[in-house]
Design a binder for this molecule. Structure first.
Ligand code: SF4
Ligand code: SF4
Length: 493
């Protein structure tokens, strides 16, 4: 990457969140991440205990209320307003450090799987299981999902050299990666010149070494700090991002290992314009798997919400009758496979082909390049749809976590005192703002991509994509206008 590229992709202004007194110091400290992870680990353990031993009524159990009502609602808002704080505090990554210390890690993740196809499949399977097994209604099954998460992350971290679980597999992390591209924060180096003369590249290599060595790097003007090399040293970037070349949040877990490992104090968590990378050509790799991850996740947002409104049951009944099927899994597979995968893939390819045809640029751009150029514009509409869906559940059950917790510790739950927002109009306005706001942002991005690619023919190149985005928004408005199951609320359970 040239120095021009480096300055292009680095957030402007260089306001480093880690310079904020107290908070910055805690986050940068050796045990900084643990201050977030330990509370979340405690919460995860409580959910498992309540899931296995508590009442099997969804609205009265921590295992169902906390993840399906509160976690999901908060995560979309935090991603938009702050950054990927949930990956930063993720308790599932604790096994990574343990596995490293135990020296169990060996080979790299298989080359054929070093892409986003596994993550797309994982997201689809998670949403399918969510509907088929009614995960939101089963504390026991939700507890098993959490246990399975810990086991899977430990095994993958123990077996492979990089943070394979976070980077290639984890559906929650993948969701966070995608929508953290809208965040107002990004990891970046402060001075690229310091990196050019840096010897150890500890931000990616880590200062972990089998032989204990104490080393203090000294580079003129770099502002050095002591980094302990040895078995107690700091890990390098688990997802193999090299700090001076970071262009995007797409695979950053915000673990801050690079910040702690850099001996020159040259890495920060910089403020940037929200979603800055979505406007920057070249910020993302032009790969089919990355483009389809973005577009399909927006479509999954729509179908996930569709799974909660009355027409889905009518559709399932007509498929069962028409095809003479009685397996609910097969019927759900047909509904969600067609709506989440087949139709969006077909429409994406059609939009890309039409763009090239209408602008007569088939010889200039490949279909993959055109799809990759417009894929970032599906992030805001996708996020808007997820916000509309998840804030609905969050607002309906906003304070119910309090009586659920009271009952968990043996008190009498004050259900009459702690409820949620019952004004359907307020919730409806928030949902509309989410979808329309997402649509406008998406159209703006698509328009920029069209001008960049097609110049004077931009309007023709934009047309198929604008129609695609409008169709997603129109479907979202229709779905959210229908009566929705109030999952996780006593009204429903
Ligand atoms: S970020 Fe720090 S460790 Fe990484 S190359 Fe730059 S100076 Fe070296
Ligand atoms: S070490 Fe990697 S994943 Fe962690 S904050 Fe730095 S760039 Fe992001």
């Amino acid at each position: 990457m040239t120095s021009r590229d480096q300055s292009l992709y680095r957030p402007r202004g260089l306001v480093d969140v880690l310079q904020v007194p107290f908070i910055g110091r805690i986050l940068k400290s050796r045990w900084g991440r643990l201050t977030l992870q330990v509370p979340l680990l405690v919460i995860a353990v409580l959910l498992i205990i309540d899931g296995f031993t508590g009442p099997q009524l969804a609205a009265r159990n921590l295992a169902t209320v906390a993840p399906w009502v509160h976690y999901r609602g908060l995560v979309v808002l935090v991603l938009l307003l702050a950054g990927n704080l949930f990956c930063m505090g993720c308790p599932f990554t604790l096994p990574r450090t343990l596995a490293k210390r135990l020296s169990l890690r060996g080979r790299r993740f298989p080359k054929a799987l070093r892409n986003k196809w596994v993550a797309i499949a994982g997201l689809f399977i998670l949403f399918l299981l969510y509907e088929w097994l009614d995960l939101w209604a089963s504390p026991l099954l939700t507890a098993w999902v959490i246990v399975g998460y810990f086991a899977a992350s430990f095994v993958l971290e123990a077996v492979f050299t990089e943070s394979a679980f976070c980077k290639y597999v984890c559906p929650l992390g993948t969701f966070n990666f995608v929508y953290s591209t809208t965040s107002p924060t990004q990891i970046s180096v402060k001075n690229p010149a310091v990196c050019q003369s840096c010897v150890g590249k500890e931000c990616i290599n880590g200062s972990y070494a089998t032989q204990p060595v104490i080393r203090v790097d000294e580079i003129a003007g770099g502002g050095t700090k002591e980094v302990r090399h040895g078995p107690e040293g700091t890990l390098g970037c688990g997802t193999l991002l090299f700090a001076p070349q970071i262009r995007s949040n797409l695979e950053c877990t915000m673990c801050l290992d690079c910040v702690r490992a850099c001996p020159h104090d040259n890495v920060g968590l910089m403020l940037r314009q929200p979603g800055r990378e979505l406007r920057q050509p070249g910020a993302w790799p032009q790969r089919w798997d990355v483009s389809f991850l973005i577009i399909l996740l927006a479509a999954m947002g729509l179908t996930n919400a569709f799974g909660m409104v009355p027409p889905v049951y009518e559709l399932q009944q007509s498929i069962a009758a028409g095809l003479n099927l009685n397996s609910e899994l097969i019927i759900l597979l047909i509904v969600f496979g067609v709506a989440s995968l087949l139709i969006p893939v077909a429409v994406t390819l059609l939009a890309g082909a039409l763009s090239r045809l209408l602008t007569n640029t088939s010889g200039k751009y490949s279909l993959r390049e055109v799809v990759a150029a417009f894929a970032p514009s599906f992030v805001p509409i996708g996020l808007g749809i997820w916000i509309a869906h998840y804030t609905f559940h969050l607002l309906i059950g906003l304070w119910t976590i309090i009586p659920v917790f009271q009952e968990f510790i043996g008190m009498t739950g004050e259900w009459a005192r702690f409820g949620g927002v019952s004004d359907a109009e307020i919730i409806g306005v928030i949902q509309l703002v989410g979808v329309v706001g997402g649509l406008l942002w998406s159209l703006m991005l698509a328009q920029r991509a069209a001008f960049r690619l097609f110049r004077r023919e931009a309007a023709f190149g934009l047309l198929p994509w604008a129609l695609f985005l409008l169709a997603l928004a129109a479907l979202a408005v229709w779905i959210f206008g229908l009566p929705m199951e109030m999952r996780g609320s006593l009204l429903f359970s």
